[in-house]
Write a protein that binds this ligand. Structure first.
Ligand code: ZN
Length: 69
């Protein structure tokens, strides 16, 4: 009979919701800002007067199916 010493299994440390919530809110706001710039930064809803932002996200706009031109 052989005895094999196994290494203890490394378990991931749980992250409390209290520490995770601010980052989730921050990430959600950043995602909503990105969706705004990709989907609505054009014409009457434009925050920035020039077309630089629109042209920068133009391919993503078509990829995601937002109406463009
Ligand atoms: Zn377009």
């Amino acid at each position: 009979m052989s005895e094999i010493a196994l290494k203890p299994i490394a378990l991931p440390a749980p992250i409390p919701v209290r520490e995770l919530l601010p980052w989730a809110v921050f990430g959600g706001l950043m995602l909503m800002l990105m969706i705004y710039f990709v989907g609505a930064e054009e014409g009457a809803t434009s925050l920035i007067r020039s077309m630089y932002v629109h042209e920068f996200v133009h391919d993503g706009r078509h990829l995601l199916g937002f109406p463009c031109h």
